[in-house]
Design a binder for this molecule. Structure first.
Ligand SMILES: Nc1ncnc2c1ncn2[C@@H]1O[C@H](COP(=O)(O)OP(=O)(O)OP(=O)(O)O)[C@@H](O)[C@H]1O
Length: 333
């Protein structure tokens, strides 16, 4: 995961992590709400994202991710609350927002029978860049996105991964401060995903770009996002970096310690179960999981070694994004 640079996390009494960035927010959503008739698609969403952050918006189908993005882009009006993007209200200053925000939908429309270069130059011209600068910028972005060798190829012949990289170049041509990516890795092979994520990450790192990424792919999001927000039924049920979200899940105070040895004996398991603070012990092949109400790692190690069992590993379990996602959803009922 990328180093987190500009945020503080606080856990409130209900275990919700606010994850408020300490830098000046580039994206500020305040009680943002969208109703379709009686249906509340986005419910009083409060979220700040700082300059240079990569924020992952995670949630199942119908959670309200796209509706939130559309409100941020000024493409649909909030029923209540407010969005501020780079200081502008998209509901009233859509043009100013459009200048500063690049949006990459899950499938970008290009002129299929024109080359990658032509497509980019066309977008640059639409954004008011003069011809010479448009060509120069298009070439430089093709280089940056690893497509220089395909500049003269027709986009119709591009693979899905190449199209998404060209999509990124297309979004970047107007030099945005924020980019919003909706499922950018959908349908791309693993190597392509790795390259695309690395590119997004380096753009944020090198150019201070703020990135909002909507996705279902937990592992990918975990790799590059500074913070994630878990969205369900229009509500942000938690937001923060992975360690903070993981810590908040441990609010019951229970800790899981995994112990691996090649030779488990009943005597060893019995001695561990007698340690003060151990709640349960379960065994899966060579791995024993000890659930305890305090960190018993040193004592467990001492007992295993004392019993002359060969200790292969000992680890206090941290939750990954997958566990976090499912546990938060469970908690929400
Ligand atoms: N134009 C619309 N009219 C009525 N209801 C809508 C409209 N757009 C979205 N909705 C509803 O609002 C809710 C949120 O939809 P949204 O598309 O924002 O979810 P999502 O998280 O982006 O889902 P997905 O991952 O499937 O894209 C859903 O229940 C959806 O049916």
């Amino acid at each position: 995961m990328k180093t987190i640079h500009t945020q503080t996390n606080s856990v409130s009494s209900n275990g919700m992590i606010s994850g408020t960035p300490s830098g000046m927010p580039v994206i500020e959503l305040t009680k943002l709400t969208k109703k379709y008739g009686e249906h509340i698609a986005v419910d009083r969403l409060d979220l700040n994202i700082a300059k240079g952050e990569i924020f992952g918006l995670l949630g199942p189908n119908g959670a309200g991710k796209t509706t939130t993005i559309l409100m941020m882009l000024g493409l649909t009006e909030p029923t209540d609350g407010q969005a501020k993007i780079c200081g502008h209200d998209p509901a009233r200053e859509a043009l100013q927002v459009k200048r500063k925000v690049g949006y990459l939908p899950d499938d970008v429309g290009f002129y299929e029978d024109r080359t990658a270069l032509d497509n980019l130059v066309y977008t640059a011209r639409l954004n008011g860049l003069p011809q010479s600068e448009s060509t120069e910028r298009a070439f430089s972005l093709l280089e940056r996105t690893g497509l220089a060798a395909s500049a003269g190829k027709k986009v119709g012949a591009f693979s899905r991964g190449m199209r998404q990289r060209l999509g990124l170049a297309d979004v970047l041509i107007k030099n945005p401060e924020v980019i919003i990516l909706d499922e950018p890795t959908l349908g791309i092979d693993p190597e392509g995903v790795r390259e695309l994520l690395e590119l997004i990450s380096s753009l944020s790192r090198d150019e201070g770009l703020t990135v909002l990424l909507s996705s279902h792919h937990l592992h990918q999001v975990q790799q590059i996002c500074d913070r994630v927000g878990l969205f369900v039924k229009g509500r942000l049920i938690a937001a923060g970096d992975i360690p903070s979200l993981s810590k908040a899940l441990n609010e019951d105070g229970l800790i899981q310690i995994e112990v691996g040895t090649a030779h488990w004996t009943d005597q060893l398991v019995h001695r561990l179960s007698e340690l003060e603070g151990v709640q349960t012990i379960s065994r899966n092949n060579e791995i024993l999981t000890v659930v305890c109400d305090r960190d018993l790692t040193p004592k467990i190690a001492e007992i295993v070694i004392g019993e002359e069992a060969e200790l292969t590993y000992l680890r206090r379990k941290e939750y990954g994004l997958d566990d976090i996602y499912h546990r938060y959803f469970e908690r929400e009922g």
